[in-house]
Design a protein around this ligand. Sequence first.
Ligand code: BES
Ligand code: ZN
Ligand code: ZN
Length: 498
Amino acid sequence: MEIQSQCRPLSDVATDWLIIPFAKSGDVDTGVAELDDKLNGQFTRLREAGDLTGKSAELLAIHDTPTIEPKRLLFAGIGKPEDLNRSLLSKALNTAVRKVSEKSGVSAAIAIPANLPDSMSSETFAEVAATTLIVGAQGQDLYRAEAGRFPLKTAAVVTTSAQNEPAVKKGTERGVILGESINLTRELVNRPAGDIFPASFAERVESVASEIGCECEVFDENRLQQEKMGSLLAVAQGSDQPPRIAILRYSGGGPDAPTLALCGKGVTFDSGGLSLKPSEGMKTMKCDMAGAATVLGAVSAIVRLKLPVNIIGLMGLVENMVSGRSYKLGDVLTARNGVTIEVLNTDAEGRLVLADVLSYAVDQGAKHLVDLATLTGACVVALGEDITGAFTNDQAWCDKLLAAANEAGEEVWQMPMSKHFAELLKSDVADIKNVGPRWGGAITAAKFLERFVADTPWVHLDIAGPSFASSNASHREGGATGCMVRTLVELAERYGQA
Ligand code: BES
Ligand code: ZN
Ligand code: ZN
């Protein structure tokens, strides 16, 4: 989608809705004084009456604006200017965009304040604005005759300051790419398993790759066997849908730069296998490929932004099903790196898929690894539905990821990786078993993955909670969220500068 960036007085913006971010103190000037004059002091009166306070995520609509170009105004509270960050701003603007996108054929614009606090540049502000115009207006309406939300007919980001115009333009361009990439991830995760299975996911990766001009390779079952991916293949074996690995390679950093590998769990449906999930726990398991969809969204943004970095994106795609061919409890698998695994729960399948994907990434010469997976319910118990769990074998690398997440405005919390959790995975018959005791389940899962990354600095992100929202909230649609796309892009940006 195209989003224009414009430089003009707010009274001249021809749009159905002009969204005006409004701070709790009057310090952040959005060009409101000029509008106030033309509307005979209406804002001053609203402020004095306490109807317009600028409190975070407050919304106030003004429908009657005969003396100015915008047909309606929507004030969006952004809280105290000194507290402003990407996360709060994005919540406030998403709330506003969700409101204006309830009808079809609507145009909207967001005003960028002229004098922002030091903590936020007008480029960043414009980026967040553009992203929310795209993400906030996209609902879960792929399969409904009557949509609940409508992509905007046209959208713009407006500055009143000629001096800020170049930065606003740059931020807007970046924000569009981020928004579209987040929506790509969301779309894939929201699609049911009847539409997105390993082969169709891989085809989608191929079509995205050709659109954005990125090298793409897909491994079919034969190739996976040649590559000795015994762990991933075992999970897939109960399904009528053959597995795939989809690989994207992008070398924006040149031949001497290190390669960052992003690996995603792509279980297109997780029934639990023979350790069958109860119906309630299976309902949303179309979302179990969110890790892979996040890798696709992030790589697509990184390529489109032409970041000077070498990236390999690997998506391990399987369906975990029940049949006469399903892998069984007690089976001993041999993973690509030769480690033997005793299967004691077929529902702990994500780690089996990632085991082979991670060792392949190491063999490809990746210098740093990040994996993303809807890996454990235990991580959701520990951190709730909005926070990603991080696990690492290299603190310096994890610190870089945490800093990127902080800048991106996404919440990530580091979890311990104490040695004794590895002891809990000792098997009587193989090198390792695929489940430990119930307690500390997110950590034993991470410890399992650690066996497959050799000495490569690695961060595992468990996104079981934040990747899929159980219901709507005022600032976001229920269903897929596209979490961590922004963080990965920020990380890649920093990786390219190192
Ligand atoms: N895909 C699930 C984890 C999950 C749970 C994702 C909730 C999203 C929301 C994973 O494959 C799984 O089933 N994990 C088991 C591991 C257990 C058997 C050790 C779990 O968390 O119960
Ligand atoms: Zn499972
Ligand atoms: Zn799973």
